[in-house]
Design a protein around this ligand. Structure first.
Ligand code: COI
Length: 363
């Protein structure tokens, strides 16, 4: 197998690039993709050892060997990101606010005692990976490449302390829409996703693992996701499944502020900015469960939707709470649709980008 040595023209480090000679792309049915189940031909890998990040590499996508005692498997010292690349009709590739993901993975890492990853490694590695796998990005609204940067404690040994070795990787999956069909969610009354002083604001792997059991219980009752409430009183609404959550009460758009229990979602903050730009009245403030139930009773709860990188914007059809099911009304015009088409218009280079969020990729 041929090894290319890649030296970036903009920065001073070497990155080994090994081209995959056996692309899987011809066997892929791009019209029937199962979210996040199929990955492109290459992956980015960088190891941390002896107090420093070593030379990054791009190699063919493949399984990795780990020691059974590896720290991340036992103590969950692992964080990740979710971002997407889009291709416009002219074939140009874009990222959406990638600096936000870069800074957030390092904020998550800091909370989990993982060393920060260098910015030039992140961006040069990501752009080279996208250049190599650009055929996997299909143009057309809804098609994208889901990018999963992640970092985990790779040291062997079961000592319960921060690892001295880590692996930072980026893998990519061609995707269509995340959720299909109607979304019914249940408000958490017993379990919680995050507690004050904890790791809720970080994209820590364990935050997701902790959701699986309560979500399974909700699924047994016919819901797909849980709306997480504050761990202390269960009186305030925080997130919906793996998404941030928005409520349309009358003509106002309401969402909870980011705290140490709520993820600082890139889609969330972009939706807030777009809504304000479109003249929508946005309130960022704590949202009480009883206020939402009362607004529903008064016919003022018009829409509830989740926002996240994977889903973009996902309309919620009904909410379960204390044994009751609250169905959202059918409307002629949904704010969620308006906001979704605006953000996607920017992402796919079909609308003006007044906020300079689009990042053109050198492919
Ligand atoms: C994302 O939107 O990137 C997420 O974090 C959802 C993911 C768990 C599939």
């Amino acid at each position: 197998m041929r090894i290319n040595l890649y030296i970036s023209s903009r920065i001073e480090f070497a990155m080994r690039v090994e081209i995959n000679k056996q692309s899987k792309i011809d066997a892929v049915d791009f019209d029937n993709l199962d979210f996040g189940m199929l990955f492109t031909d290459h992956m980015f890998v960088c190891d941390y050892k002896d107090g420093e990040w070593k030379e990054p590499q791009i190699i063919p996508y493949q399984p990795i060997a780990v020691d059974p005692s590896m720290s991340a498997l036992h103590y969950g010292q692992a964080v990740f990101e979710g971002m997407k690349a889009y291709k416009d009709q002219a074939g140009e590739v874009f990222l959406f606010r990638p600096e936000e993901n870069f800074h957030r993975i390092n904020r998550s890492s800091e909370r989990l005692a993982i060393p920060a990853f260098p910015k030039n490694y992140f961006f040069e590695g990501l752009e080279k990976l996208l250049a190599l796998d650009k055929e996997w990005i299909k143009s057309g609204i809804g098609n994208s490449l889901y990018i999963r940067p992640f970092v985990f404690a790779s040291q062997a040994g079961v000592q319960a302390s921060a690892s001295n070795e880590y692996k930072f990787m980026i893998i990519c999956a061609p995707v269509g829409a995340y959720y299909g069909g109607e979304l019914h969610v249940k408000i958490a009354e017993k379990y919680s996703r995050a507690a004050q002083g904890g790791v809720g604001y970080a994209k820590a792997a364990g935050n997701y693992a902790a959701q699986f059991y309560p979500t399974k219980l909700a699924q047994d009752e016919g819901y797909q996701q849980v709306i997480w409430t504050d761990a202390h009183s269960h009186e305030y609404l925080e997130e919906a499944g793996t998404m941030n959550i928005f409520f349309r009460i009358g003509e106002r758009l309401v969402t909870a502020p980011t705290t140490d229990t709520i993820l600082d979602g890139v889609t969330r903050k972009s939706i807030i900015k777009i809504a304000e730009h479109l003249g929508i009245d946005v309130e960022v403030r704590p949202v009480r469960v009883d206020e939402i139930i009362a607004a529903h009773a008064q016919g003022q709860l018009k829409e509830v939707f989740g926002a996240g990188t994977a889903v973009v914007v996902s309309q919620i059809h009904s909410i379960g709470y204390k044994g009751e099911k609250y169905t959202l009304p059918k409307l002629d015009n949904y704010m969620a649709d308006q906001l979704k088409s605006h953000i996607m218009g920017i992402q796919y280079n079909e609308l003006e980008d007044p906020f300079q969020w689009r990042h053109a990729v050198r492919t």
